[in-house]
Design a binder for this molecule. Sequence first.
Ligand code: URA
Length: 283
Amino acid sequence: MNHWLETLRWYADMGVDEAVADRAWNRFAEPEVRPSPANQGRPLLAAASRPSPPASPSTPPSATTSPVPPPRDARPAQMDALQPALAAELAAIETLDGLRDRLERFDGCALKTTATNTVFGEGPAHARLMIIGEAPGEEEDRQGRPFVGPSGQLLDRMLAAIGLERGEVYIANTLYWRPPGNRTPTPAEVQACLPFLRRQIAIIRPQALLMVGGAAAKTMLERKEGIMRLRGRWTEYDPGGGAGPIPALATFHPAYLLRSPAQKREAWRDFLAMQAYLLASRD
Ligand code: URA
């Protein structure tokens, strides 16, 4: 029998039903790449090991110009069609402070009534990387800041491992208020917050988005697949308002990694891909 057919049949027998990369990858030949004290806190990679930059800084990475796979599955977000009046009002807001003020006056999400604080998000107004989580937890609700609990501490360490300090990155959530008892938010609660998040992204206009966890990835990408399928794939997110499509990557939520440390290896791969992209697209 043909060698290729035999290989395909063997893959099928082994339960392989999806190609996750464009090229075959010999994982046995792969060098171990781990965060080490030597690369922590450094501004991304040393110059000698940088990938060549893409043809244009504003062009999303392609297989020929950088080690990062090209964006796939790009879809513009649909929310403007669902809440046109609010989206139009928010589109006129040009600053994060203005958006925060409007959010404080917004009564369209019942979670606000049970939360202690609004967790608007924090970071530089024009951060190159924006991270989007699901919802504030107990500690975030108490402090009014995103990712300050145990998963936030892991997130900080993961950022440091690719040479980024927390203060260089903008961090937000798909929800601005903690669901009581950390319950799963309803679709209506998520949809109520989304116009604000979209405007927040459009104002910041980061060079890349990192969605952490299945909930954030599904909300942003309007996909039904779980994080196992969505993570590690480049896509694009268009927040509207003329910001244009932004390269976006999904990865595991740090809270999940705390429960399932074996998955850190995959998350590390995603962080390295993000690091390579940010280096390649640096002005
Ligand atoms: N988990 C999230 O998704 N966001 C936070 O801000 C904290 C924990």
